[in-house]
Design a protein around this ligand. Structure first.
Ligand SMILES: Nc1ncnc2c1ncn2[C@@H]1O[C@H](COP(=O)(O)OP(=O)(O)OP(=O)(O)O)[C@@H](O)[C@H]1O
Length: 270
C-alpha cells in the first residue's frame, strides 16, 4: 500500500503543509514489535483515527508520534509557525517544553495525564505556568474559563481530581491540555471504560472543540464506532503495521484488508 509521506519530498510538504509527519516509524521492545515502518501525514484540522485489536501497536505509535516515546527507528516531524521540527532531534529540554505547551495528550487512564494531588484548577494552570504565566488571578480565571468550556462546574475548581468521576476526569484532562491552545492533540482511548451516555457527551464535546480550535488530532481507539464519530480518516493496524488507510466513509463502505472487513462487519452486527 502506498502512503503519501514516503513518496513526498520536503518541497511537496512545504506546499501542502501537514502539521505532523511520521517517516518509517518503528519501535521495538526487545524482540517484540511495538510498531513497524509506519509513515503518515496529519493535515490541519484533520482527525485521524487509529483502530486495531489489542496489542496491534496503536498506543506505541501514538506515544512515538506525540513525543513521549523515542522510536527505535524513523522520525517524527511537526510544523510550527512555518518551521519543521524533528521531534526527537530536538534538545531534550526543548522537546519537553513543546510537550508541555504545544502538544496535548489525553490518556485513557486519567492518572497518567492528571496530577491527582493537585487541585483541578492547579492542573489546568500548570501548562500556562510552563508558558511563563505567573499572575495568580489570571491563572485562576483561565482555569475557570476552561472548566466552563469543557462543561465542568467552576465551583469545583479547588477540588482534588480524585473526587471527580471518570467522565469529569477526561474533561479535566482535555481542559488541561487545551488551555495553551496547542494545534496538535493526541487521544489514547479517551472514552474507553465510560458509560455509553457519558461517552457520547464527551465525544460531542471533543468534536465541538476540534472544530472551534481547528485542532489536528490523532485518536487511538479499539472501537470503530467511536472513531466514526470523530475521525475523518482511518488507519487500521495489525501486528504493529498499518494494513489499511483511507477516508472514514471509504473504509466503512469498502474495506479492503480482511482484518478491516472483519472489524467493519462485527461493528455492523454489534
Ligand atoms: N512497555 C512494554 N514492554 C514490552 N512490550 C510492550 C510494552 N508496551 C507494549 N508492548 C507490546 O507491544 C505490542 C503493541 O502494544 P501496544 O500497547 O502498542 O498495542 P495496542 O494496540 O495499543 O494495545 P491495547 O489496545 O491493548 O492498548 C504488544 O505486543 C505489546 O505486548
Amino acid at each position: 500500500m502506498a502512503f503519501s509521506s514516503e513518496s513526498s519530498n520536503q518541497a511537496e510538504w512545504a506546499a501542502k503543509e501537514p502539521v505532523l509527519r511520521a517517516v518509517r516509524l518503528s519501535h521495538f521492545y526487545g524482540q517484540r514489535v511495538g510498531c513497524a515502518g509506519v509513515s503518515l501525514d496529519l493535515w490541519p484540522g484533520e482527525v485521524l483515527g487509529i483502530v486495531g485489536e489489542s496489542g496491534s501497536g496503536k498506543s506505541t505509535l501514538l506515544r512515538c508520534l506525540s513525543g513521549w516515546q523515542e522510536p527505535s527507528q524513523g522520525r517524527v516531524q511537526i510544523r510550527r509557525e512555518g518551521e519543521v521540527l524533528d521531534l526527537y532531534a530536538l534538545e531534550e529540554s526543548v522537546r519537553r517544553r513543546l510537550l508541555r505547551t504545544q502538544i496535548g495528550v489525553v490518556f485513557q487512564r486519567a492518572e497518567e495525564g492528571v496530577r491527582m494531588r493537585v487541585s483541578a484548577g492547579g492542573n489546568i494552570g500548570e501548562r500556562l505556568m510552563a508558558e511563563g504565566m505567573r499572575h495568580y488571578g489570571r491563572l485562576r480565571e483561565s482555569a475557570r474559563r476552561w472548566m466552563e468550556r469543557v462543561e465542568l462546574d467552576p465551583a469545583r475548581l479547588d477540588d482534588l481530581p480524585c473526587t471527580y468521576s471518570g467522565g469529569m476526569l477526561q474533561r479535566l484532562q482535555i481542559a488541561k491540555n487545551l488551555v495553551t491552545e496547542p494545534r496538535l492533540l493526541f487521544l489514547d482511548e479517551p472514552t474507553t471504560g465510560l458509560d455509553v451516555s457519558v461517552q457520547a457527551r464527551l465525544l460531542d464535546l471533543l468534536r465541538r472543540l476540534v472544530r472551534e480550535m481547528n485542532l489536528s488530532v490523532v485518536m487511538v481507539t479499539h472501537d470503530l464506532a467511536v472513531a466514526r464519530v470523530l475521525a475523518h480518516r482511518l488507519l487500521v493496524m495489525m501486528g504493529g503495521q498499518v494494513v489499511e488507510e483511507g477516508l472514514m466513509d471509504r473504509v466503512l463502505d469498502d474495506p479492503q484488508h480482511p482484518y478491516t472487513q472483519l472489524l467493519v462487519s462485527s461493528r455492523l452486527v454489534a
